[in-house]
Design a protein around this ligand. Sequence first.
Ligand code: KG4
Ligand code: ZN
Length: 365
Amino acid sequence: MIEPLTILGLESSCDDTAAAVVRVSPNETAHILSSVVYGQEGLHSAFGGVVPEIAARAHAEKLDLCVKQALIEADCSFGSLDAVAVTAGPGLIGGVMSGVMCAKGISAGTGLPLIAVNHLAGHALTPRLTDNVAYPYLMLLVSGGHCQILIVHGCDSFTRLGGTIDDAPGEAFDKTARLLGLPRPGGPAVEREADLGNPASYKFPRPLLDREGCDMSFSGLKTALLRTRDQVIKENGGLKPLDRANLCAGFQTAITDVLVEKTRRALDIYLPTAGRNPGFAVAGGVAANKTIRAGLETICKETGTAFFAPPIALCTDNAAMIAFAGAELFVAGQRNDMTLAARPRWPLDRSRPALLGSGKKGAKA
Ligand code: KG4
Ligand code: ZN
């Protein structure tokens, strides 16, 4: 990379409409000149999950406003940009199409090169945006819609070591919160309760730990929690605050144990190939959980692996990560044209079959 690049990024694959401008200079940590995110939480809260049609319409309404605001905040015009990068999948197809059409319109109207970005690559490359982490590094992506362990070799080169075969961990936290009458978002509410409880009071399963490899499963944990809750209610005539705290603590410890053990196995595969400065990064909303983060940090320390956790605003869906991934792909020579199609599924590791896990936020690869 010779000149600094200024890239506009667009994101609309789930329930956040986002635009950002990022400047990337050779051998320097990138600068986020602006990052605008319009969440859609209020539009979907009555339905218990994201409604794809409502999401797509809201993206189509908000994208151009988002772009305008991102350019104003970055003090940029289209003329000062080098390219427009857009999430072209995986995600809810209506939303992805809204973003791709908006980016194509900008590209056709301004002549800016168009760069298609895999949403998961955006998340996976975030440690480079925030900390300039060197390739290859190990990445655990854990949110309400994603759960994958990847070796990141380059901006378009990933080895998926494992992922969830059903629910994502954040989804399990959210369902647990609902089952225990806790407020949304479920993860932070369960964590607050867990801080007051005893993790040993109730024993929950550690799904798939008895099986080799790095794949995970979280839907059985939620069913186990439901059964235990009903048992406690039957025996005690209701759920006391301490019961609830103990259930949360037991559940959180079970999730932590699974994520930590699967990461330990992934490190065993990654470390012999990692070179002298191995690195591990965790991203996604669940990375905010202190117990999970501490467990992951501990195994990194034990194995001499540098630990990275990007700030939460860059772990959750945003367009700065798309602009940054777009910059790396631009430098690698990628250019897309008006035939670019939105993709509902788009596995990062093309050599592995797509994961079946879908998540409350729609099918992901
Ligand atoms: O990355 P994110 O904002 O959105 C996507 O899922 O794409 O992640 C949100 C998820 C929710 O399921 C939320 O409950 C979970 O992350 N989460 C947490 C915590 N904070 C957010 N889970 C556990 N502990 C937390 N402190
Ligand atoms: Zn995401």
